[in-house]
Design a protein. Structure first.
Length: 608
């Protein structure tokens, strides 16, 4: 969550930092600030609200001549959003300024320690304790002061720090929260994510746990937590900078929805060779996969919904027990893990803190680990036994769309591979499944081409107060995702229910005019879904149904129908989710919501 940017070089730092922070707005924030280091000391500027407020307050940095500084967009955890709680925080002495992503869990203990040594505090944040602690240890050596302070911090953190006495130096360190170093010519950068600095450099170094970076205009030095030098080759970022731009679309979310056919194709491409699935694994052999007797799929949010579908696919194809688990619960559930357990970890950013900690718990208990992530070199990818990349490119909108589809595509491949090595799939069935997967990009493109129908339906219902999504089996998993998409960007109250549970309490909420979105794509339970549609309509609900073209009976039951092409059951969830994404998008658009940056949400969730 939040965004960190730092710069040291020969150019004016403030305009550059403000532009870079703008490219991190997708991560979610409620305030922003920057601290500049120069010959006249440290200068801090902070503002509640959008980055435009900080721009106005600093006149876009035009009059600020300093050539080193740090910037931050804050998502409040400790203390309400306010100017004073915004980052950067300045130390008691005025000699140190610091920005922080993450949570310092022992901040109250450290606050008492510092207060006993004469320190006073002006904010309600845990971050202020970190800057005062660095100040406490600072005796002229910035790196040593940061190292001493970090050794006392418990929790997660990415820190960027500048010192009044060293205006051509920036110190950075991380634990659990992501932080990268960008290498330029006569200038260097830190950032939470690549898009912030991509217009300035394509050479980046991803810091590992407890790695320190010392940046000056002359170069970058890396150290471990013991002060030993670390040598790392930079990673070259190959994707086009335009991939992080809107490309003519009004919002990143719509652009990313429309990119899904290409994303699915690029995700499938490296893994299908001569009618065979190659997961590209090095440490997990076919024999290892054959011995897997249980699978956990661990994720958060939309990635968890992908896992829910993956669970159903793997159990059906492979016939072994599969659990889809919320990462935030898995870590504390005393999971039943053995050496023959495969834990599949899903995270778009590869930095989701709950998912990272859950993965570490599974590893500690002896499980084999296969992660599905989008960001090369991310923490989850680096710590996994095996990793499969989704090749979705940068996803900027907070509400995930193309990453969801790419993750689902990877889980299809994993399910088919497990079924194959365990002898559960005939050659004929395997060829049929691969043929279906290969048709998915084309079917996706055709379905997205008819989005005007979805826009029309949104125009009828965008002023709804409550919307319910219902479905059975795979359709229930899709209902969860459709409901989440809608509420996170339109702010309409929305819930998803297993349709068979309606009669156990939920149906009491249905009244005249309530909109119910009924997913009827799962053919074996379609007749039961028609019964559920009749139940809610009898109580005054208006029903939009989602069904395949061969389900004529749905037309008679529902008020409106969104039709999907008839296709192989394996890939149907990938098509079903598209109208739900578009419906959420157009509902939010008609309500005038900030679609790419919904309130209170962050793209990369790096706090528990």
């Amino acid at each position: 969550m939040c965004g960190i940017v730092g710069y040291v070089g020969s150019r004016q730092a403030a305009p550059l930092i403000l532009d870079a922070l703008e490219k991190l707005e997708y991560r979610g924030y409620d305030s922003s600030g920057l601290a500049l280091a120069g010959n006249t000391g440290l200068h801090v500027f902070k503002a509640l609200g959008r980055l435009s407020v900080l721009r106005e307050r600093t006149k876009n940095g035009a009059d600020l001549k300093e050539t080193a500084g740090i910037g931050h967009t804050r998502w409040a955890t400790h203390g309400e959003p306010s100017d004073v709680n915004s980052h950067p925080h300045l130390s008691h002495s005025g000699k140190v300024a610091l920005v922080h992503n993450g949570i310092i869990e022992n901040y109250l203990e450290l606050r008492d320690f510092l207060a006993a040594h004469g320190y006073t505090f002006v904010s309600d944040t845990d971050t202020e304790i970190a800057v005062q602690l660095v100040d406490f240890f600072y005796k002229g050596d910035p790196v040593n002061a940061v190292r001493e302070a970090v050794n006392l911090l418990v929790g997660s953190f990415a820190l960027g720090i500048v010192f009044e006495d060293h205006p051509d130096m920036l110190v950075a360190v991380r634990k659990d929260s992501p932080l990268i170093v960008g290498l330029g010519k006569g200038e260097n950068f830190i950032a939470s994510d690549v898009p912030a600095i991509l217009s300035h450099t394509r050479e980046v170094i991803r810091l590992n746990e407890y790695e320190f970076a010392v940046l000056t205009s002359r170069g970058v030095s890396l150290y471990d937590r013991y002060g030993e030098r670390v040598e790392k080759a930079p990673e070259h970022i190959s994707w086009d900078a335009g991939a992080a731009e809107k490309g003519g679309y009004p919002h990143f979310m719509l652009k990313e929805i429309m990119e899904q056919p290409a994303v699915i194709k690029s995700t499938l491409g490296p893994h299908i060779h001569k009618s065979q699935i190659d997961l590209g694994l090095k440490r997990l052999t076919d024999e290892d996969l054959k011995n897997v007797d249980r699978v956990y799929i661990v994720a958060c949010g939309s990635a968890y919904h992908v896992g829910f579908i993956g669970k159903t696919c793997i159990e059906k194809l492979v016939r072994i027990p599969v659990s889809a688990e919320l990462a935030s619960e898995f870590r504390y559930s005393d999971p039943l893990v053995t050496e023959n357990t495969l834990t599949i970890v899903i995270s778009q950013s590869g930095e989701t803190i709950d998912t990272l900690f859950a993965m570490r718990e599974a590893k500690k208990r002896g499980s084999r680990i296969l992660s599905v992530v989008n960001v090369v070199g991310s923490t989850i990818a680096a710590e996994s036994e095996e990793v499969m990349y989704t090749r979705a490119g940068p996803e900027i909108a907070v509400a995930t769309t193309k990453a969801y589809s790419a993750q689902l595509t990877v889980l299809y491949l994993i399910a088919l591979k497990l079924a194959s090595v365990k002898g559960r799939l005939s050659d004929e069935a395997a060829l049929s499944a691969l043929s279906a997967l290969n048709t998915l990009p084309e079917l996706t493109e055709a379905l997205l081409g008819g989005r005007e129908r979805i826009q029309y339906l949104a125009s009828l219902f965008f002023d709804s107060r409550d919307i319910f999504f219902i479905g059975r089996n795979l359709d229930y998993a899709l209902a969860l995702e459709g409901s989440l998409k809608l509420k996170e960007i339109s702010y309409i109250h929305s819930d998803a229910y297993a349709a068979g549970e309606l009669k156990h309490g939920t149906i009491s909420l249905i009244e005249k005019g309530t909109l119910v979105v009924a997913l009827c794509t799962y053919a074996p339970l379609r007749e039961k879904m028609l019964g559920n549609i009749r139940e809610v309509k009898a109580r005054g609900a208006t029903v939009i149904a989602l069904a395949t073209e061969d389900a004529a009976s749905v037309k008679e039951a529902a008020d409106y129908v969104i039709w999907l092409p008839k296709c192989d059951e394996l890939i149907l969830p990938s098509l079903s989710v598209l109208p739900l994404q578009l419906f959420a998008y157009y509902m939010a658009l008609l309500k005038g919501c900030d679609i790419d940056k919904p309130r209170n949400l962050a793209k990369s969730v790096t706090v528990e």
